[in-house]
Design a protein around this ligand. Structure first.
Ligand SMILES: NC(=O)c1ccc[n+]([C@@H]2O[C@H](COP(=O)([O-])OP(=O)(O)OC[C@H]3O[C@@H](n4cnc5c(N)ncnc54)[C@H](O)[C@@H]3O)[C@@H](O)[C@H]2O)c1
Length: 252
C-alpha cells in the first residue's frame, strides 16, 4: 500500500517522540496533521514536515469533534500525547491522578471516537497508541502513570476487537526510556544516566527516532493481519530483570 495521499494525525507532535513520528511519517509520504496542546510547537512540526497543525487538548471531546470536522481524510491516527508528572503514591492528589488518566487514557479514546467516521471510510486504516514499558513494569514515584499505560494497552486490545469490523487495526508501541524534552531532567544527570544505560541490554537510552521508526509497520499493509498487539521498543529493558538483580547485588 502506498502512503502517497494518505493522511496521518499525530497527537503530542510538538516535540519529543511525537515530533519524531511526524517526521518519519512525512518522509514516508504521509500528509501529517501535527496536533498538540501547544499550538506553536504543533505548527513548528507541521512546517518542518510540510504538513498542517492544530492546537488541541486531546481531553476535550467537543474540540476533538470540531477538529475532526476540519479534515477530509484520515488513514492513520497515532495517539502519542501523554504526561508523566512525578507523584509518590503516598500523597498523590486525586485530581493529579485523574489528570494523568484523562490525558493518557481518555485522550486516545476521545481522539479515536472523533476520527472514527473518517478512519472507517479510509481503506486500510490503522491506529497506533503509544503506551510505555510502564504498562508492564511499574515506575515508582509516578503514581497514575503505570496504571494509565496499562489502561492504554487494554484500550488498544478492546479497540482492536471492536473496530476490526470497520477495517481499522489498532496496535500499541511501548517505548522504554527515551531522551525527549519531557525526560530531559533525568537524562541530563550524567551519573544517573550511566547507571540507567548499564541496565539496558542495548546499552543506551532510546532516541525519539528509535521509537518513530517502529510506527510505519503498524500503519502499512505489511501488518494487515496484526491487531491488538503491543510492541516493546525498549532495547530489551523490559526483559532485563537480571540486570537489576546484578546491580542490586553489586551495590552490597
Ligand atoms: N520519553 C520516554 O522515556 C517515554 C517512555 C515511554 C513512553 N513514553 C510515552 O511517549 C509519549 C511521548 O512522550 P515524550 O517523552 O515525547 O513527551 P514530551 O513531554 O516530550 O512531549 C509530549 C507532547 O505532548 C503534548 N501534550 C501533553 N498533553 C497534551 C494534551 N492534553 N493534548 C495534546 N497534546 C498534549 C505536549 O505539549 C508535548 O508537546 C507519551 O505518551 C509518553 O507517555 C515516553
Amino acid at each position: 500500500m502506498t502512503t502517497h495521499g494518505r493522511t496521518a494525525v499525530v497527537t503530542g507532535a510538538g516535540r519529543g517522540i511525537g515530533a519524531a513520528i511526524a517526521r518519519r511519517l512525512a518522509s514516508d509520504g504521509f500528509h501529517v496533521v501535527a496536533v498538540d496542546l501547544d499550538g506553536e510547537l504543533a505548527e513548528q512540526t507541521a512546517q518542518a514536515v510540510a504538513g498542517t497543525s492544530a492546537q488541541l487538548d486531546v481531553t476535550d471531546k467537543d474540540a476533538a469533534v470540531a477538529f475532526a470536522s476540519t479534515l477530509f481524510r484520515v488513514d492513520a491516527l497515532v495517539n502519542n500525547a501523554g504526561i508523566f508528572p512525578p507523584a509518590p503514591i503516598a500523597d498523590v492528589d486525586p485530581a493529579q491522578f485523574r489528570k494523568v488518566m484523562d490525558v493518557n487514557v481518555l485522550g486516545p479514546l476521545i481522539m479515536t471516537q472523533a476520527l472514527l467516521p473518517l478512519l472507517t471510510e479510509a481503506a486500510g486504516a490503522a491506529i497506533v497508541n503509544i503506551a510505555s514499558i510502564a504498562a508492564k513494569l511499574v515506575t515508582p514515584g509516578t503514581a497514575a502513570y503505570s496504571p494509565s499505560k496499562s489502561a492504554v494497552v487494554s484500550l488498544t486490545k478492546l479497540c482492536a476487537v471492536e473496530l476490526a469490523n470497520r477495517g481499522i487495526r489498532v496496535n500499541a508501541i511501548a517505548p522504554g526510556g527515551v531522551r525527549t524534552e519531557g525526560t530531559a531532567t533525568v537524562s541530563t544527570d550524567v551519573e544517573r544516566e550511566a547507571r540507567f544505560n548499564a541496565l539496558v541490554p542495548a546499552g543506551r537510552r532510546a532516541a525519539p527516532d528509535d521509537i518513530a521508526d517502529a510506527v510505519p509497520f503498524f500503519l502499512s499493509s505489511d501488518s494487515r493481519y496484526v491487531t491488538g498487539q503491543v510492541l516493546y521498543v525498549d532495547g530489551g529493558l523490559s526483559e532485563a530483570t537480571i540486570n537489576y538483580l546484578r546491580a542490586a547485588q553489586s551495590a552490597h
